[in-house]
Write a protein that binds this ligand. Structure first.
Ligand code: TYD
Ligand code: ZN
Length: 411
């Protein structure tokens, strides 16, 4: 068990949820792996009473987690479109042709590609060799490194300071977020803008989305706790907006200088205080709500199977591993999972060892019911699989309770 907060160092850490011992959610198994036993690690959430940050207890060495990464951002049109819109918005500036844009945890380069196609100089940084290779192949220059204060300084010297720095879905994953933020500060031009996105803990609580809790995901930020980390790195939050990615995320804008306070920031901070997310009270019911969500899901699946139905899963996401390992009766009924990522096909979900097939398999097997495990992409998935629905197949999402969905009404 962790004894002190990774951001503020306080030892006033209170347990708020335990999911027991779990395998690493992104460590998909190959067929030969099935003869070996898997390593399990405790999965527990703690609340820091000093800086209000929610974080995991014990951690797994990062080299076990990110050397090869099964997640390819451009598997999702939703992600690509979100990146496009953002890049278009940020590049409405006459001097844009001379800009230098850097992305931390640039994955397969889908976001930087948007800038590059407008002739803007870009550089990605990502520690996972396999996604870096894909990015380079599509023409996005990428350093294969963990971003840090040192790397930020080095890029500023070897290249030049950046006009824009993106960091999407990484600040929750690194063991030392203050060091990463200091690196952003070191690399950012005096007048530069950093844009940071992360899943918002408020939406985790709303949806009882405990399946977004896994070992790679160390931190569950509110704006309040994120701002504390930002201040510790000598930067300032200047604006915020909520975006509809990963079940509800915040996109926070940072600068090197403080600006006049924007109403958006104050509004979100106040909302968090009212919701109890800046004290222990907002998290106290989580364990109980998780238990009842699991039970409702297992009961629903039991009743499908009891009626002679069959169940498949859609999306071999990390959250699929977490959900199914926490709901063994559901996992027993799910005979296979489909996923569009070639890397994942032919592998098995960790722990529960459910096989992963390409999406075409769904129409071949025609299960009566399909649980959308990647529920954050439910609309996109259902529009691809309209034929399955026309032939009588039914989609449902798991949390906070099982809900049947048809196109356009999943949120
Ligand atoms: P992701 O959202 O990355 O979740 P996590 O962070 O929990 O891993 O996972 C989405 C998964 O769903 C990814 O493996 C790709 C898959 N997917 C499909 O198979 N088809 C689709 O149409 C979409 C949008 C995603
Ligand atoms: Zn703290």
């Amino acid at each position: 068990m962790m004894s002190s907060c990774r951001v503020c160092g306080s030892s006033a850490m209170v347990p708020v949820l335990s999911l027991g011992e779990q395998p690493l959610a992104n460590h998909l198994l190959t067929a030969p792996d099935l003869s070996d036993e898997e390593d399990l690690y405790p999965l527990d959430l703690l609340y820091c009473e000093s800086c209000t940050l929610v974080q995991l207890g014990a951690s797994v060495p990062p080299s076990d987690l990110f050397d090869e990464y099964a997640y390819f951002s451009s598997q999702s049109q939703t992600m690509i479109r979100s990146g496009q819109t953002l890049a278009e918005r940020l590049t409405r500036d006459p001097s844009v042709e001379d800009w230098f844009v850097v992305e931390v945890a640039s994955n397969d380069g889908y976001l930087l590609q948007q800038y590059r196609s407008n002739g803007i100089a870009v550089l990605g940084v990502d520690p996972a060799a396999n996604v870096v290779q894909v990015a380079r192949e599509r023409g996005v220059p990428t350093l294969c490194e963990y971003f840090s204060e040192d790397i930020g300084r080095r890029i500023a010297t070897d290249y030049r300071p950046a006009n824009i720095i993106h960091a999407n879905n990484v600040i929750a994953h690194v063991p030392d977020p203050v060091d990463l933020l200091k690196g952003i500060g070191a690399l950012l031009r005096e007048d530069g803008l950093a844009v940071i996105e992360f899943p918002w803990v408020a939406r985790l609580i709303d949806r009882t989305a405990f399946d977004t809790i896994y070992h790679e995901h160390l931190f569950y930020y509110s704006l309040t706790s994120f701002q504390n980390a930002v201040r510790a790195a000598g930067l300032y939050c200047t604006d915020v907006e909520e975006i509809d990615l990963h079940g509800g995320s915040l996109r926070v804008f940072l600068r090197r200088q403080q600006e006049e306070e924007v109403p958006n920031l104050r509004r979100v901070l106040e909302y968090e205080r009212e919701r109890g997310l800046t004290s222990l009270s907002g998290y106290q019911l989580l364990q109980q709500k998780v238990h009842s969500s699991i039970e409702l899901l297992e009961n629903e699946i039991d009743s499908i199977v009891g009626d002679g139905g069959t169940v498949a899963g859609y999306g071999a996401a990390a959250k699929a591993t977490v959900l199914l390992n926490a709901a063994p009766r559901a996992a027993d009924a799910v005979t296979f999972v489909v996923d569009s990522t070639p890397y994942k096909q032919g592998r098995f979900l960790p722990g529960v060892r459910i096989p992963i097939y390409p999406p075409e398999h769904l129409m071949m097997a025609m299960p009566t019911h399909t649980l959308i495990l990647a529920w954050n992409f439910a609309d996109e998935i259902m529009s691809k699989e309209s034929e399955y629905i026309e032939r009588g197949g039914r989609f449902f999402v798991p949390l906070p309770e099982p809900q049947y969905v048809t196109r356009g009404e999943s949120r």
